[in-house]
Structure formats: C-alpha cells, structure tokens
Design a protein around this ligand. Structure first.
Ligand code: ADP
Length: 617
C-alpha cells in the first residue's frame, strides 16, 4: 500500500473512530445524567414527604395537647410517632419546664422553652443533626440523620447533604465518593415545606470503569477493518487505473511508432485519430475528415476490383486487394493494408481501424537489406576462400612434385619417342607429330597445375584467441544454407550454448567449411541427406563432429586420407582435408576422419579448450 494512502487511511480512521467514541461517551454521559436526575428527584420527593409527615405529627400533637392536656397526649403520642423514626422525642412544656412524653430515641440537647402560637424550628446549640419543631406547648424533636432510611438510597452510590437555611451549616450528610472520579454530577434543590426550607445537595461520582470501553474498542476495531478494506480497495483500484493508463500509453506508443499508417474511424467513417505515418501517406487527413475522401483507394490492377461501399461498411476484417492504388494528388501510389471493425463489450460497433502502407518503399527497403546481407555473406565466403588456398610450403612442394611427376614422365616418354621416330630413316612424321602434340599437351597440363598452385598465397600467421565453436559452426551453416536448401538436407545440431576453444577464428571456420562442403558433395547423389553436427568436451578439448549420410569414403580415399592432391572429384584439388588437418594441428588440435557406422563419413575436429589464462582474451 503506498505511503500517502496509508497516512490518509490512518487519519480517516482516527477521525471516524474518535467521533464514534465521542458519541458513545456522550450517550453514556447523558444516560448517567438522566439516572442521577431521577435519583435526586426521587430522594428529594421522599425527604420532602418526611418533613411534611413530621410537621403533620407536630400539628396533631399540638392539637391533642390543647384539647386533652398532657394526659391525653401522653396516651396517644407514642403510637403517633412510631412510624416516623426521624422523630426521636415529643415534649410537653409548661412554666415548670419541658417533659418528654415518648421514650426518647436519642439524647436530647438542652433547649429553653419558648412558647409560640405558630410552628417554629429550633436549632439548639450543640444539637448536631437534631432540631425541634415547636407549636404551642409541644416540641417534636427530629434527628435529621434518621430522615433517610437505607432502603431509600438508589443502587448507584450517591452523596447527599442537607443544610440549615440561613447560615448554611451542614445538618446531615450521606457521603459516597469515588477517587479519582472520571465524571461528577451535582444538583442543589430546596426541600419542600415552608417551615423547613432546607437546601439539599446531591452529588454523584463515577469511576473510569463506567465509560463504554468495550463498545469503544469494538467501534475502533470495526472502523479500522472498514478503513483497511477501503484503503485496499482504493489501492487496488488505483493500481488497476495506473496499469490501464500504462497499457493505453504503450498502445499509443506502438501506434505512434508504427511505420504503417493507422487511422481510427468512428462508425460513420469519420477520422477520430491517426498516427504520424498515416499523415505522411494520406493527403488532407485530419480529425473529423471523411475517410473515403482522404483515402480514395482504387484496385484497378487487381483481379477483384475494390468495392468501396462494401469495404468501408465492412462488419468483419477486410484486406485491400492486391494492386490497390491510392490517388495522391497527381501520383498513384501502390498500397497495402486493411480495415478492421472494433466492437464494444456488448458487440456494438465502436468504429473501425484502417492500416495502410506504401508498398514501393517497403519493397525497396527489403531489397536493400537483402543486398546488404548477401554482400556480407559474399565477403565472408571470399575471406574463407582466400584462406583455403593457404598451405604449407612442404605440402605444396610434395603436391607439386607428385602432380608434376606424371606429366614430366609423360613429356620425357613423348620426347624420347619423337626423337626415336625422327632419327629413323623413313621417319613417320605423323606419329612424331602426335608424340610432340602429346608433349605439348602434358607441358600445358603442368603449366596449368603450376598456375593453379601459384594462386595459393602465403600462409598468414595463425592467431590464438577465444573462439566459440558453436558460433563458428553457425556461421558456416549460414554460408552453406542455400546449398543445403537446394539439396534438401536435414540438419541436426547437438550443441551446448557455447564451446570456447583457443584458435584462429578464420582458420577454424575454414576447417569446418571444408568438412561441411565435403559432406554436401558426398550427399549429392544419395536420396536421404542428413547432416549431424555435434560438440563434446573431453580432456580439456572440444571436439566438433561432422557426420553425413553420403556415399562415405572409398577404400582408396581412406588409404590416402589427409594426403594432399588426393581427390575423387572431377574438379577437386585434393587439398582441403590435408590443409585442414595441418591447420588443426597448428592450432594444437587434430582432425581425424573415417566412415560412420551406419552410412556416410564422419570427421572430428578437436581443438584445445579455452582457459582464461590464455593470451588474447
Ligand atoms: P577435394 O574436396 O578437393 O577433393 P579434400 O581433401 O577435401 O579435397 O577431400 C579429399 C577426398 O576425400 C575427396 O575427394 C573425397 O573423395 C573424400 N572425402 C572427403 N570428405 C568426404 C566425405 N564427407 N564423404 C565422402 N568422401 C569424402
């Protein structure tokens, strides 16, 4: 995945994951706030009811004391206060002091009697959570700590504080705090009755554990998966787009580079696009031009004249008939080419492609290349022919002696015969003429032999360089290809990729040429013509074997193989094999030959393997 895509994916994922997590936190916070508000409302309601209850008790006690006196009050008061645990005592006061009418639930602080005809709240010094509600002659003592029963508390921990109105002194507290707190809610209200308008404060802490960690982790993981998948998809898409673009550029490049004119047409035959070669061939070509007008083809020289209407409307690929000409201004140009329809995915016609090339220049180019190739082959052949005429002085002398011996002996015999005939009394002139003619003929043959041998040039010093026998053999096969094709020779090559030897490239090729030429000569008159060239490596030598399916070596040829001037051919010189062997031995190798097992002859050229220590790398 490319780096920018990775970074953008990460940023996107961070944004989405944070937003989602924030939404989850917000939702959880809102739910907790709602719960807190509900709990505070319920507790506020419960405590307000408790205050109302104790004021009701105060009014009832005061009424009883007024109507029935302390005796009646004493009878009922215990039953009256029992359901209210926060009422810790009821007192009846008079001029002599205050008397407790109930069994006190807690020790009462000292509070001087102050009669009042309306309900009042008394806060005795050192009373703590205890205070008295007074009306007439009675006092109802309340313990604020008992206002709240454990069963009133909600499940979630909550801190609750009740204060005295006015000075704001803390009267009662139920504390349940958490440290450290991740979140805190707080609300202040006022408890319900006009007599006891106590400020009350609710407070709740939440620990870090209450955040929706699981949901947040799940959301982050989910969005990470989605973002990763999205990035993969995007990358794949971008790569596919890039590949498509490259493909398009490549196709465009091929079209532009083509030396054939290529014109893309719409279904109606108007030019959409054309490559530079097309602009060179077709006159007046431009996008939007009607192709029929810029490419007025005529196939007048052809067997099947061009039907322009059919050609341009073709639903299948069409080739311009042979001999099609293009009228370009005043000149008529011979062209080749064709028209191919382009179809879309659903088989609808998208347009057509016209390819066109001028035939004249193409043929000229091909002929020029052919000429150049032939020239090179001729040069190579001339070089090898030149080298083939090389021989050692010894071989030449021996050959010369051998060749001239016969005509010289004949000349001597003819001369002696002529002399004898002419010295006779009745000289037979016609026979003497015959003998002299024989002498002349033999002398001419000798002169011919000398003339042929004189053309052999001095041997050039052999080089010792790295020569690839595979390459040398291929060069020779290229030289002889025309002859091999003419004879229909089946060539079989068993070559490694390379076979480097130390030698003289020209001499090595000369030897191989001799062997291949002899093989081809030997296969002239046989029905099956097979030539096998193989290469093998052994004992620091490469051996090239040339085996043919020709007539094979005669007994006479075998007896004098590699001797100069031994030839069975009418126009042969009999120097090829002897020269080749001399060259091979001069290069530190050897040339041997004989008949193959099945049929034909088999010659092996062994040359020293190239080592990197050899000079002339
Ligand atoms: P040339 O080819 O001029 O005759 P060479 O020295 O190359 O001289 O060959 C000598 C003779 O050896 C040939 O005339 C031919 O009779 C015989 N010879 C050489 N190669 C082959 C071959 N592959 N098959 C049969 N005979 C061969």
């Amino acid at each position: 995945m490319p780096r920018p895509v990775r970074i953008w994916t990460l940023l996107l994922w961070l944004a989405v994951a944070s937003l989602g997590s924030w939404a989850l936190l917000y939702e959880r916070k809102a739910a907790l706030r709602e719960l807190f508000d509900l709990d505070a409302r319920v507790l506020h309601r419960v405590l307000s009811q408790r205050l109302e209850q104790q004021e009701t008790v105060l009014n009832a006690v005061a009424a009883l004391a007024e109507q029935g006196g302390p005796q009646v009050l004493g009878r009922y008061v215990q039953a009256l206060v029992r359901p209210y645990p926060q009422i810790v005592a009821v007192e009846h006061c008079g001029a002599g002091g205050c008397e407790t009418l109930t069994v006190p639930r807690a020790a009462l602080p000292t509070l001087p009697y102050a009669p009042s005809d309306h309900p009042t709240v008394h806060w005795p010094a050192g009373g703590g959570a205890r205070y008295a509600l007074g009306l007439g002659t009675v006092r109802v003592w309340v313990d604020a700590q008992a206002l709240l029963h454990p069963s009133d508390l909600p499940r979630a921990p909550l801190t609750l504080q009740i204060f005295r109105p006015g000075p704001g002194k803390l009267v009662m507290e139920h504390a349940s705090r958490i440290h450290p707190a991740a979140l805190s809610f707080r609300v202040e209200k006022q408890l319900g009755t006009p007599l006891e308008p106590f400020p009350i404060r609710f407070h709740r802490d939440y620990s870090w554990a209450m955040w929706p960690w699981g949901a947040m982790a799940a959301w982050s993981a989910l969005t990470a998966c989605v973002a990763w998948g999205l990035a993969r998809g995007l990358t794949a898409r971008r790569q596919a787009e890039r590949a498509l673009l490259n493909e398009r550029h490549r196709a465009q490049g091929i079209v532009e580079a083509s030396t054939d004119g290529i014109v893309v047409l719409d279904p109606q035959g108007s030019v959409v696009q054309a490559n530079p070669a097309a602009f060179g061939i077709l006159e007046g070509l431009h996008p939007g031009a009607e192709i029929r007008k810029v490419a007025p083809f005529q196939a007048t020289l052809s067997q099947a004249p061009l039907n322009a209407a059919q050609f341009w409307q073709a639903a299948a690929a069409q080739v311009l008939p042979d001999g099609t000409v293009l009228q370009r201004g005043s000149e008529r140009v011979l062209v080749e080419g064709g028209l191919t329809p382009l179809f879309g995915e659903h088989g609808q016609l998208l347009g057509r492609v016209l390819t066109v090339r001028e035939v004249g220049p193409l043929r000229q180019r091909m002929l020029a290349q052919l000429d150049a190739g032939e020239q090179r082959v001729r040069e190579h052949e001339t070089l090898l022919a030149h080298v083939s005429r090389l021989s050692t002085l010894g071989e030449m002398s021996a050959g010369l002696a051998h060749e001239l011996n016969q005509p010289l002996t004949a000349i001597v015999s003819y001369g002696q015969a002529a002399l004898r005939l002419l010295t006779e009394e009745d000289a037979d002139l016609s026979r003497a003429r015959q003998a002299v003619q024989g002498m002349v003929g033999q002398a001419q043959r000798s002169a011919e032999i000398i003339a042929r041998l004189r053309t052999l040039v001095r041997r050039a010093p052999a080089q010792r360089v790295k020569v690839d026998l595979v390459q040398a053999a291929h060069n020779i096969l290229t030289l002889c290809r025309a002859d091999m094709q003419r004879l229909g020779v089946e060539v079989n090559l068993q070559f490694p990729p390379t076979a480097f030897v130390t030698g003289d490239p020209v001499q090595v090729e000369q030897i191989i040429l001799n062997l291949v030429r002899n093989a081809l000569d030997a296969m002239q008159d046989v029905p099956e013509r097979r030539l096998l060239l193989s290469l093998a490596q052994a004992r620091r030598q490469w051996t090239l074997t040339v085996q043919d399916s020709g007539t094979g070596l005669s007994v006479a040829a075998l007896a004098h193989l590699f001797q100069p001037f031994q030839t069975a051919k009418r126009d042969g010189l009999g120097l090829g094999l002897s020269l080749s062997q001399t060259l091979a031995q001069g290069l530190g190798g050897d040339l041997s030959g004989g008949n193959a097992q099945a049929r034909g002859a088999r010659f092996s050229l062994a040359l020293p393997q190239w080592t990197d220590h050899d000079p002339g790398t």
